[in-house]
Design a protein around this ligand. Structure first.
Ligand code: ASP
Length: 363
């Protein structure tokens, strides 16, 4: 039996997600009632990559529950700069803290942490891979403002290739009934193929890949705008060429439905003009607040203070006996030499496999 962590947005069942969103609703109704729930508990925020919102959101969440926080916001002044592995860092920090939120530029780092941690690990964003607490935030925002998670048409616009919030959100929304996905991006920044082959196609989910936002905006219940992820581009000239691919402005909003909502995980660069902020359909600042409440609910849940999750018997994936070397330059295995390559099959015929840590397909 395994302790529960949140590494991937599907680590929680739909029912468990519902319970967390319901708890967040209860907290919103009466925050003071939860003000002492985490007294005596410590959250460690291990942020190896810059972040303002997510780290402060976690810290605010723990402080509002009456707990305490410790951590770092850059790896530069830590033992990592001396060459310490994620596994060792987590064994140490897990002796001090009751729960850990980790952000890392390398994909799969929180997964590695969870294999060695004596306390629950929350993935607060790993490279271009996953960002499951942003997804809980997005789900709570959509459910609160649209009244439902199923039966929606969502347009995801911008950097669908490197945007980890998009990857997590698609995997999660794919589990609700009648969700239609419209994937709006330049060809170079399309959704990674493994999400199409492993999530959208096998579940027969309606999706379209388009390049023009204007063409589809009128069909949407939710428009999820994203930033072009400058820091993930290996070719800076390509970033310069693509950075202003989409700008949502008042003219485009006129083509949208009256009840569409606009979400953005933030930070915004140029992709939403400031004039949109005063449109009642702009929900991205409300979304920030939902993020803090849902993180409060998640901390309470993972610590077992409210709604404890049953431990799970994780099915050991069948590993490839002679694994290849992961070709993803952002994979945690490229940063930590001692970490064994592990690959798991993605189809029954065992013709395809992906990295156990970062989920990149093997060539
Ligand atoms: N804050 C989000 C993330 O950490 C979105 C972004 O950075 O564009 O992925």
């Amino acid at each position: 039996m395994h302790m529960r962590h949140l590494i991937d947005s599907t680590d929680l069942s739909v029912a468990e997600v519902d319970r967390i969103l319901n708890l967040a609703d209860d907290i919103i109704q009466d925050p003071a009632a939860f003000g002492e729930c985490c007294k005596g508990r410590i959250l460690a925020t291990l942020f190896y990559e810059p972040s303002t919102r997510t780290r402060l959101s976690f810290e605010a969440a723990m402080l509002r529950l009456g707990g305490k926080v410790e951590g770092f916001s850059s790896a530069a002044n830590t033992s990592v700069s001396k060459g310490e592995t994620v596994a060792d860092t987590i064994r140490v920090v897990g002796s001090y803290a009751d729960i850990v939120a980790m952000r890392h530029p390398k994909e799969g780092a929180p997964k590695v942490a969870s294999l060695f941690s004596p306390v629950p690990i929350i993935n607060a964003g790993d490279g271009g891979h996953q960002h499951p607490t942003q997804t809980l935030t997005d789900l709570l925002t959509i459910r609160s403002l649209k009244g439902r998670l199923g039966g929606i048409t969502i347009g995801l616009c911008g950097d669908l290739k490197f945007g980890r919030t998009v990857h997590s959100l698609i995997q999660s929304l794919a589990r609700y009934e009648n969700v239609t996905f419209i994937l709006i991006s330049p060809e170079e920044l399309q959704l990674p193929r493994h999400l199409i082959h492993e999530v959208l196609e096998p579940n027969h989910l309606p999706y379209r890949e388009v390049q023009s936002l204007e063409e589809v905006i009128g069909e949407l219940d939710v428009l999820y705008m994203t930033r072009i992820q400058q820091e993930r581009f290996l070719d800076k000239a390509e970033y310069e060429r693509l950075k202003d691919s989409y700008v949502l402005d008042a003219a485009k909003m006129q083509l949208a439905r009256e009840d569409m909502i606009v979400l953005h995980p933030l930070p915004r660069v140029n992709e939403i003009a400031l004039e949109v902020d005063s449109d009642p359909r702009a929900a991205y600042f409300k979304q920030v607040k939902f993020g803090m409440y849902v993180r409060m609910a998640l901390i309470l849940t993972l610590l077992g203070i409210k709604n404890p999750l049953a431990p799970i018997r994780e099915e050991e994936p069948e590993l490839v006996a002679q694994p290849p070397v992961c070709q993803n330059p952002a994979c945690i295995t490229t940063a930590e030499n001692g970490l064994p390559q592990r690959f798991m099959y993605t189809d029954e015929a065992h013709t395809r496999c992906k990295c156990f840590y970062c989920e990149h397909d093997a060539k």
